[in-house]
Design a protein around this ligand. Structure first.
Ligand code: IPE
Ligand code: IPE
Ligand code: MG
Length: 250
């Protein structure tokens, strides 16, 4: 049973494996992406039901622009369809939509639709859904450094007073807690430039399941596994976890 009091506040997901899912069925990749969108709906719904406060989904990376133009067009088409079909439902369910990444890289029509959806849902507090679009962790750090440097050059930020909080405040995720749990589907053991700063102490859950097959049951399994972890943050083992008995305990 999921314990409500130890729920991860923020879950981030690298939704990978759509292409392999389609290839296994001898279908074009877009079918995998299309089925993947349905899983987005399921996982958002699960977060609302469970009470997860922040969900960050890696939907399109800065590096994904290197894919064939046809696949990019398919992905942008699906994104537009998602916004058109789902925003009313997100609004009705009190979900706040937010985008992290370089929004200005996206086709202008999609930028407008996203801005409208962000404005429409901006006061909701049940779940904050961050869609990572044209997102790269290094690019995010570059953007943060640029904005801090601007403040320094204007004289409104002293270099000596820059600390971790200053940097966090200039990231796309400013004001949000760091992810407690990072899930990656389809088994790759890498971060692919996702949330490099924010996941320094996230618990990792990597599953061979391909994203279009990742349902609510496995999502809940991932949360259960997270709840069994001992998050030490560099401290010694917490006393709640039984340690070896002392030598005279027999
Ligand atoms: C994830 O699935 C979706 C995006 C990166 C947009 P992939 O398209 O990367 O699927 P695989 O990794 O090739 O199976
Ligand atoms: C990461 O998946 C990006 C998204 C899920 C959007 P990729 O499929 O692009 O990552 P690599 O290329 O396998 O590292
Ligand atoms: Mg992939």
């Amino acid at each position: 049973m999921i314990e409500q009091e130890h729920l991860p506040r923020h879950i981030a997901i690298i939704m990978d494996g759509n292409g392999r899912w389609a290839a296994k069925r001898a279908l074009p990749r877009v079918f995998g992406h299309r089925t993947g969108v349905q899983r987005v709906r399921d996982i958002v719904e699960a977060c609302c039901d469970l009470g997860v406060e922040f969900l960050t989904l890696y939907a399109f990376s800065a590096e994904n622009w290197q894919r064939p133009a046809m696949e990019i067009a398919d992905l942008m088409g699906l994104l537009e369809e998602f916004i058109r079909r789902e925003v009313d439902e997100l609004h009705a369910n009190r979900v706040r939509l937010n985008v992290i990444g370089r929004l200005s890289d996206l086709p202008s029509r999609i930028q407008e639709q996203l801005r409208d959806a962000i404005t429409l849902t901006r006061h909701h507090t049940r779940l904050c859904l961050n869609l990572a679009l044209s997102y790269g962790g290094r690019q995010e750090l570059v953007d943060a450094v640029r904005s801090i440097a601007r403040l320094v050059s204007q004289g409104s930020q002293s270099p000596e007073l820059i600390d971790e909080n200053t940097i966090a405040r200039h990231l796309y995720t400013a004001g949000q807690p760091d992810p407690d749990l990072l899930i990656r589907t389809s088994g790759e053991l890498r971060l692919s430039n996702f949330l490099l700063w924010q996941i320094s102490y996230s618990e990792l859950y990597v599953t061979p399941t391909l994203w279009p097959d990742f349902g609510r049951a496995e999502f809940e399994q991932a949360i259960l596994e997270y709840q069994r972890r001992d998050r030490r943050f560099g401290r010694s083992q917490s006393p709640a976890v039984p340690s070896a008995p002392p030598p005279d305990a027999s």
